[in-house]
Every structure is written in structure tokens, then in C-alpha cells.
Design a protein around this ligand. Structure first.
Ligand SMILES: [Zn+2]
Length: 68
């Protein structure tokens, strides 16, 4: 059980971007990983920012939630 906890906390977790297929270090470079509906996905910082930009183009400014 202690071995599993160490694996979870290790720094420099490497993910493969679901869009551009490049490997990225989420701790060092940013990016995001989670569920896209039922599909587990990871997006590098470049694809994630492009995705956010594409989605926000579909909304008017006043409809977007404000970030604090
Ligand atoms: Zn990418």
C-alpha cells in the first residue's frame, strides 16, 4: 500500500496529449487531464489553450463565467 502512495505523489507525471500525441510533463509544462464524457483524455498546454479559445469563440463575453 505504501508503494502505491509513492507512485501517486511522484513528480513529473508524463502524459500523452490526446490531440497532438506529444508527451508532456503536467507539473513542469501545464496542461490538463481528466474525463471527456466517459473518455479519459489529456491535453498539452498548447492544445488545451486552443481548445479553450475555440470554445470561448462560441459564446458572447457576458455569457462566460468570470475567472477570479
Ligand atoms: Zn497537444
Amino acid at each position: 500500500m505504501a508503494d502505491d502512495e509513492e507512485k501517486e505523489e511522484r513528480p513529473g507525471l508524463i502524459f500523452t496529449c490526446s490531440i497532438c500525441d506529444s508527451e508532456f510533463d503536467m507539473d513542469a509544462e501545464g496542461g490538463i487531464a481528466g474525463s471527456f464524457g466517459v473518455l479519459p483524455v489529456a491535453f498539452c498546454v498548447w492544445c488545451y489553450s486552443s481548445l479553450v479559445d475555440m470554445v470561448t469563440q462560441d459564446y458572447d463575453e457576458e455569457d462566460l463565467p468570470t475567472l477570479q
